[in-house]
Design a protein around this ligand. Structure first.
Ligand code: NAP
Length: 303
């Protein structure tokens, strides 16, 4: 069987593509390696998606997207893509479990994952106080002291979220100015539980079986200090999940897939949408728009 389209990834971009492809009756399905949702699933609160001005949890929003895609007949199947191989005019998708799916087109909507600090103790203590998901692990730190690392929207938003549980939240940033949008900055600055540690990087995460503290380097004074914390939440940006397609399509130096305005990659039949794509604004609203555009392009190009 040769499908018309396989959508890889069931985050907002993939699910929006599924809604449009399903509605256009393009023959295919969505492949997802875990459960639908992508990064939004672990976002506590979304307040900038149109229509939800009172805010909605990432979990609830994803449930709505998933239901919507299913309503238009798009199935979501479990499977992890190992590689994609062009065969004549078609593409063979090789799954890591050994199966192969043949399709005329692919929409890559695999999103991105969190970057790691790469310091001593990080890997060893992951799940033992080191976390990349405040929504998942926040409640374990009730009345404790935590550090949040980073200065972007994620770090600031999650630091504010952590104040619901922790008695104190240190926000550690490598510069003296946040990258996050002003509204988040203002909320963080007016939150008494958050203390900012500027111009500082985490050099080591200390702890035997559990996080006990972090070693900090002040980049201005050169001073090294130790801060006692029970948890470390790391939000220092993201990297695209595109390893399986590197070399097959053009990407930038960080691996984000380059596309035209129709979401077509440099290789015929392969499209990209969402956070795995090179673009200026990584948001749910742009991801869904790109998913819709990619599905529209697929339908147009197949015709
Ligand atoms: P980001 O915007 O790339 O910010 C990463 C932060 O981590 C920056 O402040 C950066 O410092 C710092 N950083 C990077 N590498 C570091 C290292 N090795 N050590 C210490 N600090 C390091 O990433 P993000 O906050 O995860 O956001 C990703 C995208 O999602 C953005 O486009 C963001 O707007 C979007 N997002 C939006 C929302 C929202 O709309 N509410 C929420 C979450 C995320 P510098 O500032 O010095 O570079």
């Amino acid at each position: 069987m040769i499908y018309d389209v396989i959508i890889i990834g069931a985050g907002p971009a993939g699910l929006a593509a599924a809604i449009y492809a399903g509605r256009a009756q393009v023959n295919g399905f969505v492949l997802e390696k875990m459960s639908p949702g992508g990064q939004v699933l672990i976002t506590d609160f979304v307040e900038n998606y149109p229509g939800f001005f009172e805010g909605i949890s990432g979990f609830e929003l994803v449930e709505k997207f998933t239901e919507h895609a299913k309503k238009f007949g798009m199935a979501i199947e479990n499977g992890e893509v190992g590689s994609i191989e062009p065969v004549g005019e078609n593409l063979n998708i090789h799954l890591t479990d050994g199966k192969t799916i043949t399709t005329k087109t692919v929409i890559v909507a695999t999103g991105a994952t969190h970057k790691k600090l790469g310091v001593k103790g990080e890997q060893e203590l992951t799940g033992r106080g080191v976390s990349y998901c405040a929504t998942c692990d926040g409640p374990f730190f009730r009345d404790q002291v935590v550090a949040v690392v980073g200065g972007g929207d994620s770090a600031v938003q999650e630091a504010i979220f952590m104040t619901k549980f922790a008695k104190k939240v240190y926000l550690i940033h490598r510069r003296d100015e946040l990258r996050a949008i002003k509204i988040l900055q203002e909320r963080a600055f007016s939150n008494d539980k958050i203390e900012f540690i500027w111009n500082s990087t985490v050099e080591e995460i200390i702890g035997k079986d559990q996080v006990e503290g972090i070693k900090l380097l002040n980049k201005v004074s050169g001073e090294i200090s130790t801060l006692k914390v029970d948890g470390v939440f790391i939000f220092i940006g993201i990297e695209p999940t595109t390893q399986f397609i590197r070399g097959l399509v053009d990407t930038d130096e960080r691996g984000f897939i380059k596309t035209d305005e129709w979401m077509r990659s440099s290789r015929q039949g392969i499209y990209a949408a969402g956070d795995c794509r090179k673009k200026p604004l990584l948001q749910i609203v742009t991801a869904v728009a790109e998913g819709a555009t990619a599905a529209f392009a697929v339908e147009h190009d197949l015709e």
